[in-house]
Write a protein that binds this ligand. Structure first.
Ligand code: SAM
Length: 285
């Protein structure tokens, strides 16, 4: 530990070895130690000057360093593993007030609590075991999120950008694409990580759309897509029965043939279905 916050930080790999910090697979720990890759991920979040960035799972702190170096005004890093929170105290000191460490579960963390009146960006090399639930959590907080740059396992990235008719197209694609512009930016092979995971990874940028649905419509979208894709091989007139009422009338009003299957509908049609479902289930004043 150094008292001089202007002294250069030691190399990440060396620090991990010296401190006996090993990767715990139960927490999805696969680290990125290459400064070039880390800078590329931080750059994908755009100019960070003046911005508050939320990072989930800083681990050894490579991405955290890159975000600070890129000029973020404040990085709030939520880490579940206390060993890494202790390890990161040095970087916190070095960052002179720009880094806030939070020890805890990101699934229980409200991203808007750090927004302080201005929207934030989220940048993370996500723990793959909780990546999808985290994204669904953040979909409920898009009012305070300006952009997200996230590393997923490639299979999940493909599901995020999937088009109707493909095997990857499902609830995740519909919700993500309705709420955000979704771009798969670049892939990384397992060897880019320490230790290497079994799968390839992709960096995805999600930019919330300006025309966000109301919370009630977002909830209706969640319900309709859950029903429709819950039984994706069934025709919609059968899979949407669980919504209550007569699904054929809802489908007809949306201009959808009742014999269609969920994977054939584009995201705009899902929005229309959710709007009609919401209108049909909202009590009149
Ligand atoms: N950002 C680091 C990097 O790129 O090298 C580490 C990424 S590693 C894939 C995922 C990190 O998320 C680990 O540090 C792990 O301890 C942490 N983590 C796992 N589950 C978490 C949770 N529920 N909340 C917060 N952090 C979590």
């Amino acid at each position: 530990m150094t008292d001089d916050s202007s002294a250069p930080l030691p190399k990440l790999g060396e620090q991990l070895r010296q401190r006996g910090l090993w990767a715990d697979k139960r927490l999805g720990q696969h680290f990125l130690l290459d400064p070039g890759i880390l800078r590329r991920i931080a750059a994908a979040a755009g100019a960070l000057e003046g911005m508050t960035v939320l990072e989930v799972g800083p681990g050894p702190g490579g991405l955290t360093r890159a975000l600070l170096e890129a000029g973020a005004a404040r990085v709030v890093a939520v880490e579940r593993d206390p060993r890494f929170v202790r390890h990161l105290r040095e970087l916190e000191e070095h960052a002179g007030g720009r880094l806030t460490l939070v020890e805890g579960d990101a699934l229980a963390f409200d991203p808007c609590s750090v927004a302080d009146g201005a929207p934030i960006r989220i940048v993370a090399n996500l723990p793959y075991n909780v990546a999808t639930p985290l994204v669904f959590l953040w979909f409920e907080h898009l009012a305070c999120i300006e952009r997200m740059v996230l590393m997923f396992q490639k299979e999940v990235a493909l599901r995020l950008v999937a088009a109707p008719g493909s095997a990857d197209y499902g609830r995740l694609a519909v919700m993500a694409q309705l709420l955000c512009r979704v771009e798969r930016l670049f892939d990384l092979p397992p060897a880019a990580f320490t230790p290497p995971p079994k799968v390839s990874s992709s960096v995805v940028r999600l930019t919330p759309r300006p025309d966000q649905p109301s919370p009630a419509l977002r909830k209706a979208l969640g319900t309709v897509t859950r029903m429709a894709f819950g039984q994706r091989r069934k025709m919609l007139r059968a899979s949407l029965k669980a919504l209550g009422g007569d699904p054929s009338r809802l489908l007809e009003a949306a201009g959808v043939e009742p014999t269609r299957r969920a994977e054939e509908l584009d995201v705009a049609t899902f929005r229309r279905l959710a709007e009609l479902h919401l209108a049909a289930t909202t009590p009149r004043a």
